[in-house]
Design a binder for this molecule. Structure first.
Ligand code: NAD
Length: 503
């Protein structure tokens, strides 16, 4: 499939991109329709128009993909990690060669600027190169035994079929973070793309095939969570579910996959704090806060949405923040600061959440509405939004909104600020702005998060460093870094008894 006729649309930058009018699943290195023959429409977040039709898959399609993966995994696991890494390096190189085209696809599907999308493609490429190199390390351990003439060591072994389910916020990076390590470790994978960004996953599948990934080793199934995601979670031949998405869906997945004793890696939401101390460089803190809250339209698990500011600098920080926020440019061009949110439902939920927060006593300082000017009315754009005086225990303080919305909180001193930062169901990332080394080090020790930053934004990760969170932000696994190999492999302990008298 992949309808011959191509769409060509001018994305809101000075360039155009071609893509098919219909896309199917990718199973056994072939494109195929959903067995039901059904499709769903993928809309442009920037304009609301229908971009393409996407295979609407269900249980039968997932079953076919898992069977293909199960067959292919046996030979793939026999290849050395180095040769698997070689194939993945080749895929990274194609991603890099086609970065401009891929960035336009990401921009088209998400509404973010091509500049931001290009950064995201770059991150995916770097992840590929890093993971390919892991094929030449793939370290195990050697150790001693209490028993004479007995050697002991541990090596990694694949799990089998990996079920990968991803969110839409950074679509190509989300594919890369899961597919590269899953395949390096000798698994075959079935990726359930996000229904909001299927085209990026479809293009990646074709690129991995072109790079030499054998048939069945990477399969991509499109569709909605309950229809195409749930059967993957429930499939007895899927040894691992690696999921990136909301805490609510993560809980459900843990319950279902956990009941059949599958390995479950959950990378979930955040409500990340950024503390501004009285000795902070306020201009830098404002910049970090605005970027943490609003870049990528706030659609980051690592977005900084709770700004906890010392009383002594609260009013000054607030004025500077509001000046900067009001100057933000919202649109899809490279010169804009952020674009639309991914779909209309998300937008409406956010506007409703702000309304509810106000009714509960929060004060709206700026924003809070859907943008309805001529440049925005067709798309899913929301004003950058800042609130204050919301109760730390209220819904808006404890719920992730996944949009450019943040709340200001006051703190009397350092202890109160750290306690307030930790008073959250989530524990993904956190930042502090201070010039005081004692405060910085104490914060790094006390903050309950998987990632902690001094004098920077709450987001930003590198391929060679682990990423993940505590509490409701995850289940303790780390993606990226060598630590990702722990998600996608199991240890095998080996003993060899030998007899020196026979040497
Ligand atoms: P979501 O949970 O609604 O959906 C994520 C994926 O799960 C989609 O592919 C969806 O189709 C699928 N899904 C939904 N219901 C399912 C079910 N019953 N069974 C199986 N699959 C199902 O999340 P979203 O709104 O697409 O993404 C935003 C969320 O992702 C935010 O909470 C954000 O913080 C989180 N996120 C986390 C990280 C991280 O690394 N911690 C990174 C990016 C995004």
């Amino acid at each position: 499939m992949g309808k011959e006729r191509q769409n060509s649309i001018s994305i809101p930058v000075d360039s155009s991109v071609s893509y098919p009018t219909e896309i199917g699943n990718w199973i056994d290195n072939k494109e195929c329709k959903a067995v039901s023959g059904d499709f769903f429409s993928k809309l442009s977040p920037a304009t609301g128009e229908v971009l393409l039709q996407v295979a609407r898959s269900g249980k039968t399609d997932v079953k076919a993909a898992v069977e293909s993966a199960k067959r292919a995994q046996i030979d793939w696991a026999q290849a050395t990690p180095v040769s698997r890494g070689d194939v993945l390096r080749a895929a990274s190189m194609i991603l890099r060669e086609r970065a401009d085209e891929l960035a336009k696809i990401v921009a088209l599907e998400t509404g973010k600027s091509v500049k931001d999308a290009l950064g995201e493609v770059g991150a995916a490429v770097e992840m590929g190169f890093f993971v390919a190199g892991e094929g030449r390390r793939f370290y195990g351990k050697t150790t001693t035994s209490a028993v004479p003439n007995k050697a002991a060591f541990i090596v990694r072994q694949p799990l089998g079929v990996a079920g990968l389910i991803i969110a839409a916020n950074t679509p190509i990076a989300n594919v890369a973070w899961k597919v590269f390590p899953a395949l390096l470790c000798g698994n075959a994978a079935v990726l359930k793309s996000s229904e909001d960004t299927p085209l990026t996953a479809w293009m990646c599948a074709k690129i991995f095939c072109e790079a030499g990934v054998p048939a069945g080793v990477l399969n991509v199934v499109h569709g909605f969570g309950e229809e195409a995601g749930a059967p993957l979670v429930d499939h007895p031949d899927v040894a691992l579910i690696s999921f990136t998405g909301s805490t609510e869906v993560g809980r459900l997945i843990q319950k279902i996959a956990g009941a059949r004793l599958a390995k479950v890696c959950l990378e979930l939401g955040g409500k990340n704090p950024l503390i501004v101390c009285d000795d902070a460089d306020l201009d830098k803190a404002v910049e970090a806060a605005v970027m943490s809250a609003c870049s990528n339209a706030g659609q980051r698990c690592a977005a900084g949405t709770r700004l906890i500011v010392f009383d002594a600098v609260y009013e000054t920080f607030k004025e500077k923040l509001l000046t900067r926020v009001r100057a933000l440019k919202v649109g899809c061009r490279d010169s804009d600061d952020y674009g639309p949110v991914i779909n209309e439902e998300q937008l409406e939920n956010m506007v409703a959440a702000v309304k509810k927060a106000r009714a509960a006593g929060a004060k709206l300082l700026t924003g809070g509405k859907r943008m309805v000017g001529p440049a925005h009315v067709q798309g899913y754009f929301i004003e950058p939004t800042v609130l204050e005086d919301s109760d730390p225990l209220s819904e808006i303080s404890r719920t992730e909104l996944f949009g450019p919305i943040c709340c200001l909180y006051r703190a009397k001193n350092f202890e109160e600020a750290v306690a307030s930062a930790n008073a959250s169901p989530y524990g993904l990332t956190a930042a502090i702005h201070t010039k005081n080394i004692d405060r910085a080090m104490t914060f790094l020790g006390k903050i309950q998060s998987g990632v902690a930053v001094v004098n920077g934004p709450t987001y930003g990760s590198e391929p060679h460093l682990p990423f993940g969170g505590l509490k409701d932000s995850g289940t303790g696994w780390r993606e990226a870094g060598s630590e990702a190999l722990d998600v996608y492999s199991d240890w095998k302990t080996l003993y060899i008894n030998f007899d020196p008298s026979k040497a």
